[in-house]
Ligand binder design. Structure first.
Ligand code: SAH
Length: 368
């Protein structure tokens, strides 16, 4: 198979300017204005590359809609509210949220929807999905242009799409992992670059890998972009009140390991095979996200697993009422969707939910 246009360009770039960081590689694959994955491909659904929770079932977004109403009450029902979503995909989650939220006229009068989306193609998909929505809405390239004020924010499978940095242990030191060219074949390959990780403030085993028996070749990841965005969100919540819900696949404690993954048509792929045509993501470090938010003064809730979170919000009751009076095939489909969202061997455990909130007012973003 011939290589993608983006691969030809990345190889030429490395040829002239030298190896690039994993973060730059990810950024080019996902967001290159001409050939980036989110700019061109239809990622979602059975014919796409992956299926997200809101695309599995309307119950996911409806429960989050109920969550939004709860949090708004906990904030003292502010008269003006920013309802923000980061990376809204096809707009399905927000449409389901609004179907529930519109049950409260006070909420509808207060809320303005802000959608943060970099892809013009997905933005028009969102415009279509939300065409009949009862609330005013505005699109933004980044969170920065969303006005300040009391905020409820949701981000499902957004943080995994942000560029990570990787470090590889070589001769006992963490060197930034880069993407270069194989001298023989001319193909893309990973290498250890000259830059070294600043280990100040890192957990002891990671700062001193040798002492802990971590061998050369081990990979460590950092997520500076994700942490910066979490910090920005937290600072807004601290200033004006509000809560944010982050749902994603990831890990709860900083650990060694390579989680960079490419996904094409629902199967793992080589991240160098078809840049721009495969989704490329990394697992989210929830400990680091929580730390970034805490440093900006937010209260941290969780993380808890998606399965526990949805069940606590009433997933089983919602499934029961959705299926009541329907035929057996529909009821079976709803049961399958519940399994898919909440069972430990499906999305229930790999996906985590982390909330940050203002301390004053102090909404209670976690059930129970
Ligand atoms: N939340 C949706 C889509 C997840 S896919 C769902 O659950 O179905 C990731 C989404 O984030 C896409 O809409 C993608 O275009 C968007 N995105 C990726 N990087 C972004 C960035 N840096 N800023 C804003 N949106 C981004």
């Amino acid at each position: 198979m011939s290589e993608t246009a983006l691969k030809t360009r990345i190889k030429a770039l490395i040829e002239t300017a030298g190896p690039i960081s994993v973060a730059d590689y990810m950024g080019l694959c996902l967001a290159d204005p001409q050939h980036g994955y989110y700019m061109r491909r239809e990622p979602f659904g059975t014919s796409g590359d992956f299926t997200t929770a809101p695309e599995v079932s309307q119950m996911f977004g409806e429960l989050i809609g109920a969550w939004c109403l709860e949090v708004w009450s906990g904030l003292g029902r502010p008269e003006k509210l920013n309802l923000v979503e980061l990376g809204p995909g096809r707009g399905t989650l927000m449409a389901d949220v609004l179907r529930v939220a519109r049950l409260d006229p006070g909420f509808c009068a207060a809320a303005h929807v802000h959608l943060v989306e970099t892809s013009p193609r997905l933005r028009s998909a969102q415009e279509q999905t939300l065409a009949a929505a009862p609330l005013p809405r505005t699109w933004h390239e980044t969170l920065e242009s969303v006005p300040e004020g009391p905020t409820i924010l949701v981000a499902n499978e957004f943080f995994d799409a942000l560029p990570i940095r990787q470090y590889v242990l070589a001769s006992g030191n963490w060197h930034e992992r880069v993407v270069g060219l194989d001298r023989g074949s001319g193909d893309l390959m990973f290498a250890a670059g000259p830059a070294r990780l600043d280990t100040a403030g890192l957990p002891e085993d990671i700062a001193n890998p040798k002492a802990r028996g971590i061998g050369d070749g081990a990979i460590l990841e950092t997520q500076p972009v994700a942490n910066a965005i979490a910090g920005d969100i937290a600072a807004r919540l601290t200033r004006h009140g509000g809560a944010a819900l982050v749902i994603d696949y990831g890990y709860e404690r900083t650990a060694i390991g390579d989680t960079l993954q490419a996904l094409e048509r629902h199967a793992f792929a080589d991240p160098f095979a078809n840049p721009g045509e495969a989704d490329i993501t990394a697992h989210v470090n929830f400990e680091a996200l929580a730390r970034a938010a805490r440093e900006e003064g937010a209260a941290i809730h969780g993380p808890m697993t998606q399965g526990d979170f949805l069940v606590a919000l009433g997933l089983l009751e919602r499934a029961g009422s959705l299926g009541s009076g329907k035929d057996v095939a529909v009821q079976e489909r709803i049961r399958d969707d519940v399994e898919r969202l909440a069972a430990p061997d499906q999305m229930g455990t790999l996906f985590k939910v982390l909330a940050f909130s203002s301390r004053c007012p102090a909404p209670r973003p976690f059930p129970g």
